[in-house]
Design a binder for this molecule. Structure first.
Ligand code: SF4
Length: 426
């Protein structure tokens, strides 16, 4: 069979379709690069915002119009709205998140034991979802109760992927030539907390095991909730294979807003965490997420957020306009902020983040830094290479040869609007 795997949303969703691709290949099926060439399409949906839900619907409809005989809809939207998803067409089969691990085995009518992690070398997906770096799922679900969050409703309680499976996935990625792995999950620092027999491990145990048991050149973490990171946690970054990049979703810089969000942090605690990370690497790239216009966020609270974001000097960040998600406590809260106001605040936070991001990049001008090339475009008898440094700088350089998926040192000479320009020195 020809299979097309489509995805909306987070790196966890991406890591899951990559695992499905490996499983379909183990069973002898072909992964194709578009829905029009496929017999069966799998869509890993998302529900984090209203737009993500609309995109999920659109992808399913596109697959049906492209002629797919069967569409398997899985992921967070399909899990939260199975009836709406199935109602799109009789050719749509819904597989909720709890059943996703066995999706391929169940669909092919084979035992899950036939698809153990690491059985086949990773190959980047063909087409739009091709990724040079490998996203490795280490955890799923969440036991926190942030009031705006729909992910915890769709993915259930926290559960860890066993260490040997994580190591097998990383070795399979390396067998496929991967230079960098990105550990992903819903709340990865909960890894190891749910193991049976009182064996409670921590994320730092997982990192230590990966650094000891594999020789993957680069190890990156997708995101860390800014709490429950033990003293000494950032000591892991003394190992130069750890990417100097930590994504800490702050969401708000106001203590009162954070309380209504039921976030297990406050501005003072967040500041200390950032200081701990920068104590290990002063040039550590700290990136973040901010939600603007959370219910009850008045001018004073927003001013606190703006000032705190400015103080933190983030290397980059995403800003989300609050979107009330059905089933969340925040959607039922009073004092909803008008949409225009939410959007205006979004623009203000983006401006502050853009300023600190530029300051962060400037400190690397004139330096030589290692870049992993993720994109190669033929140009002027050579190749325009684009890639990422370990500290999350996007870099572009010209190369006489196609250097895709290699690590090279680049002398940074210019800071462009979308990425920095450099000259390859290796
Ligand atoms: S920590 Fe909060 S925002 Fe993150 S997944 Fe859990 S409930 Fe959602």
């Amino acid at each position: 069979m020809k299979i097309y795997l489509d995805v909306i949303g987070c790196r966890l969703n991406q890591s899951e379709i990559e695992r499905m691709a490996a499983q379909f290949r183990i069973a002898g099926h072909e992964i194709v690069d578009e829905a029009g060439k496929a017999d069966v399409v799998v869509v890993n949906t998302c529900a984090v915002t209203g737009k993500a839900v609309a995109d999920s619907r659109k992808k399913i409809r596109q697959a049906l119009r492209a002629g797919a005989q069967q569409v398997i809809a899985t992921g967070c939207w399909a899990t939260l709205e199975p009836a709406d998803t199935a109602a799109l067409s009789g050719a749509v089969q819904v597989v909720v998140n709890e059943e996703k691990e066995a999706l391929v085995a169940d669909f092919l009518g084979l035992p899950v034991e036939e698809f153990l992690p690491g059985m086949i070398a990773r190959r980047p997906l063909p087409g739009a979802h091709s990724r040079t770096r490998a996203f490795i799922k280490v955890q799923d679900g969440c036991d926190n109760h942030c009031t705006f969050c729909v992910t915890r409703l769709a993915r259930g309680t926290s559960r860890s992927v066993p260490l040997d499976e994580v190591l097998a996935d990383i070795r399979a990625a390396q067998a496929g030539g991967t230079q960098e792995v990105v550990l992903t999950g819903v709340n990865i620092q909960a890894w190891g907390q749910d193991f049976d027999g009182g064996l409670r491990l921590r994320l730092s145990d997982l990192l230590a095991a990966i650094l000891r048991e594999t020789d993957v050149p680069r190890l990156r973490l997708s995101s860390l909730e800014p709490w429950e990171l033990e003293e000494g946690f950032f000591g892991m970054w003394q190992n130069s294979r750890m990417c100097r990049h930590v994504h800490l979703p702050l969401q708000s810089g106001s203590a009162d807003t954070l309380k209504r969000m039921v976030r297990k942090t406050n501005p003072a605690a967040f500041r200390r965490l950032v200081e701990r990370a920068r104590a290990v690497h002063p040039e550590m790239a700290i990136t973040t997420d901010i939600i603007t216009g959370f219910p009850g966020e008045d001018e004073k609270e927003f001013a606190e957020t703006l000032a705190f974001v400015r103080e933190m000097n983030f290397a980059a960040g995403h800003v989300f306009t609050f979107s009330a998600r059905p089933g969340t406590a925040a959607a039922r809260m009073e004092d909803q902020v008008p949409l225009t106001e939410r959007r205006q605040r979004n623009a203000q936070v983006r401006e502050v983040l853009a300023e600190s991001a530029q300051v962060y990049r400037q400190q690397f001008m004139g330096q030589s830094i290692s870049v992993l090339w993720e994109l190669a475009q033929e140009q002027d008898g050579g190749w325009l290479m684009r890639g990422l440094t370990d500290n999350y700088l996007r870099v572009e350089a010209f190369s006489p040869v196609n250097a895709w998926n290699t690590l090279q040192h680049v002398h940074l000479v210019e800071d462009g609007p979308r990425r920095m320009m450099g000259e390859i020195v290796d």
